[in-house]
Design a binder for this molecule. Sequence first.
Ligand SMILES: [Fe+2]
Length: 425
Amino acid sequence: MMRQVRNRIIKRLFFVALLLSVLSGTAVFFLEIKKVDEHVLQLALKEAQSLSDHVAFLSLRDERDFALVREQVAEHIMSDHISRGNFVVIELYDPDRKKVLKVSDPDYEQVEDAVGKQPRKMPLAVKADYRKLYIDGLLYIQVSSPISIASGEVVAYFEGIYRMDPGAMGAINMRLLVSVLQVVLVIFVTAAAMYPVIIVLSRDMIRLSDDLAMANMGILEALGSAVSKRDRGTNSHNYRVTLYAIRMAEAIGLDREGIKGLVKGAFLHDIGKIGVSDDILNKPSELTREESRLMEAHVDHGVDIVKNYAWLGDAFDVVMYHHEKYDGTGYRTGLRGKDIPLKARIFTIVDVFDALTSRRPYRDPVSYHEALRMMREERGTRFDPDLLNKFMAIAPDLHRDVCLACDDRLVGMLADLRTVYFGAR
Ligand SMILES: [Fe+2]
């Protein structure tokens, strides 16, 4: 049980850590990207603004002077901002947003072509703007910005394509990777640190739940035994049918949850007899029709008792259907065949076997072999034929281990199995 809980905790912690890593890693990634964008934009804008000293020619009215200075500015841009800088294209616009100069690096014509094919044109906005472009695996930033002089007056507009240095890109990518890995590492280390704390808390919870389950089982056994003692003068019937039922369930491979329901049902199957009078319950002779009707109502009383408790929900099938017969002639619902719940079909076999082989107020027990013979006669009518076959196969062991055991031995065996199926540790 603890191993299952431990595995579940590990899986859940890992899943939560993974989820947090993906979410946090993504958030960190985009935050870092945004920071890098801002950084690169500032570099590009700084370079653009540095051209403010060279755009005074835009106000020249003489065409020759204008062309001359424009040529000088173009040479300056080519040498300082393109050949030795990071721009591959620079365009200048006058205050009326008319293009007056374009300088581009002939080695990056493909970039210009690619940018020209991009659907969105950069607007010559009143404030700086940018967009990122990946061309041939390299990052370029297209920047647009007004150029202003000291007074704040916009004297020109700048538009350029800034090339991210591959070396700088590598460093940025490495920084990104390290940042994301740091976040992931912190999350997984935190999850690992939480693991022992959760394990200790879970162990305490399991111990409490274990104690509670055992206490519940104790109450359930006491209740079932009280009814059995009143009905039969001994509580060993309940112990035996429970042991038989568990062995049957194990033989057919019923799962743990099914066996737990079967055990609860075995203890409580006749709990409804609490509502049947002693006169009927202990009548040594055959019951009248009316007495039989009252006796059969013990199923309804039992259902009324168990249906209100969630913990007893899995006992319902046995309490409700333990007097049904495979051919549909049983009570209280007349269900037949495989429509009768499996736990009830199992229980019917072991209940009848124990009824036949134990002493009742109105008759002596029949022998083990006689009991098996009588049960075979009801194969397919009262009992599920497949289950009866299984029962016949283990009947010798059941007879030796359970039927012939004393009450103390029965209590010991039951305590062991109760720990197996209801113990959490
Ligand atoms: Fe019954």
